[in-house]
Design a protein around this ligand. Structure first.
Ligand code: FPP
Length: 251
């Protein structure tokens, strides 16, 4: 198993508390959250992570005060306009997962344009889950199969889900001290390692990410197997082991 996760997913929680502690409006916390996301993308590239998936707006976030919802929509539109050129220059491919109906034409156009502009990039895939819910994803995939008259199997569902273009997350981080999944990647996180950080998202810096990565590197991922089976699969093949032993006996 590789010590560095291929795919990291993050619930970026704690923006509101970060702002409240400074007597600022909640949207100031989300603005700082965008800064933290920018830093996190750079760190992921530096650490050799291939896919980063973040939860930016859940299907349930519509229930927040109207002012905060419109603030988040505006923040997304502004972040797209400001960040996409640099993300493109850094080789980041953007992908948006979530229900696009219900978003304004302006936001939808921004998402389409950002995906189109960065489609050829290969350094890091950045999936932004926006107007996304794990239950929505499973239901929309099942609906798509039903409409095509396809049998509903695990493989077919996998192909119809919003993150079909990437393997499942290896590591799922939630910041902000809460320990729950909150309808994020319900299907894809079946075998993800979970890491809960007390840091608020705007404070999630290099040291905090490295702590999560170090913890991940110590985990034993068994995927339903026993420890002994995992150890046997990781052991060198007998021929190589025998050669190594013979070489060792010569010194
Ligand atoms: C949860 O913190 C965070 C969100 C609902 C929004 C996350 C959005 C960002 C980090 C900005 C990036 C987004 C875009 C638009 C690309 P919370 O508000 O629930 O924090 P709290 O638990 O402290 O109240």
């Amino acid at each position: 198993m590789s010590a560095v996760p291929h795919h990291v997913a993050i619930v970026m929680d704690g923006n509101g508390r970060w702002a409240s502690r400074r007597f600022l409006p909640r949207i100031a916390g989300h603005r700082q959250g965008v800064e933290s996301l920018r830093r996190c993308v750079r760190l992921c590239v530096e650490r050799g992570i291939a896919v980063l998936t973040v939860f930016a707006f859940s299907s349930e976030n519509w229930n927040r005060p109207a002012e905060e919802v419109s603030g988040l929509m505006e923040l997304l539109a502004k972040a797209l306009a400001r960040e996409v050129p640099q993300l493109h220059a850094d080789g980041v491919r953007l992908h948006f997962a979530g229900e696009r109906r219900g978003l304004s034409d302006k936001v939808r156009r921004g998402l389409d344009e950002a995906e189109r502009a960065t489609a050829g990039n290969q350094r890091l895939v950045l999936n932004v889950c926006f107007n996304y819910g794990g239950r929505w994803d499973i239901a929309q995939a099942a609906q798509a199969l039903a409409e095509r008259g396809e049998p509903i199997t695990e493989e077919a569902l996998n192909r119809a889900m919003a993150l079909a273009h990437v393997p499942d997350p290896d590591l799922l981080i939630r910041t902000g001290g809460e320990q729950r999944i909150s309808n994020f990647l319900l299907w894809q996180a079946a075998y993800s390692e979970l890491f809960f950080s007390d840091r608020l998202w705007p404070d999630f810096d290099a040291a905090a990410l490295d702590e999560a990565l170090a913890c991940f590197a110590r985990r034993e991922r068994r995927f339903g197997q026993t420890s002994a089976q995992v150890a046997a699969a990781l052991a060198p093949p007998p021929a190589r082991a025998a050669t190594a032993a013979a070489l060792a006996s010569q010194v």
